[in-house]
Design a binder for this molecule. Sequence first.
Ligand SMILES: NC(=O)c1ccc[n+]([C@@H]2O[C@H](COP(=O)([O-])OP(=O)(O)OC[C@H]3O[C@@H](n4cnc5c(N)ncnc54)[C@H](OP(=O)(O)O)[C@@H]3O)[C@@H](O)[C@H]2O)c1
Length: 264
Amino acid sequence: MDLGIASRAYIITGASAGIGKATAEILAQEGASVLLCARGEERLRGVVETLGRAERSVRGLAIDVADPASAEKIRDAALEAFGRIDGVVSAAGMSTGEHLRDFSDESWMQAYQVNTLSAIRLAMTCVPVMRERGWGRIVTVGSTAGRTADPRFASYGAAKAALMNATRALSRAYSKYGILANCVMPGLTKSESVLAGYESAAKHMGVTADDVEHRMLQLEPIAMGRTGTPDEVARMIVFLASAASSWTTGVNIQVDGGTLRDLP
Ligand SMILES: NC(=O)c1ccc[n+]([C@@H]2O[C@H](COP(=O)([O-])OP(=O)(O)OC[C@H]3O[C@@H](n4cnc5c(N)ncnc54)[C@H](OP(=O)(O)O)[C@@H]3O)[C@@H](O)[C@H]2O)c1
């Protein structure tokens, strides 16, 4: 199957680690030009250098997507580097793991800034550019946490639920102009931040990181009996960012090894 990605240009946020990095790798391998965004300059530079070998068109921009001024800077950097924008993948996101009982306006606003507003703002900033060609792809990264209410991740879950709703609104508004918008909902995926979380919990509990994962799987069983890898989630993102997904829009699709039990 031809994904129709070569010669297209994509913006990927959260691209220095985990799912965003895995997405950037596949898009670059498929011949796309990619602008990688994340805050930490050093880690980002390492990924850009690695992906940029083999004559690929790879750029990096160190930027905080929670900053309202970031969207225009990202759009302008992509246009300056590639002269076009065909797709935007918003993978930047974070959970503080804060329990509902610790509610504060500030932490909820931060969760919305990073997980929701950043993606919608960037999409809305790039829509006019994609409309000029009558072709575009917006892929947001939600979470199974956006579909299951859990007081342990209340602000994160609410922010991802809002992102999923807003992604469908983007789809309703712009699909008729050739700009398709979809959201991928990963289940527990072994990214850099998840592995760091295992390590710190293991230290705290006096057990191994494998023990931590085992306990998590007992608490939240996954039908496949294992967690996912960033690459497994990235492949779905790449499909939705590609020309192959020509009749798929407004979808919130779980890539979770069978974590969610309810019907959508
Ligand atoms: N891993 C999972 O189990 C899982 C499950 C469900 C959903 N998700 C979602 O999947 C996405 C990726 O998560 P991940 O676990 O694969 O990645 P990760 O290891 O947590 O890495 C996050 C990436 O986003 C960047 N980032 C974070 N905050 C940012 C900000 N304010 N501005 C710009 N870049 C930012 C990070 O770089 P810097 O820190 O240098 O900025 C890094 O490149 C997130 O939206 C997450 O909510 C993950």
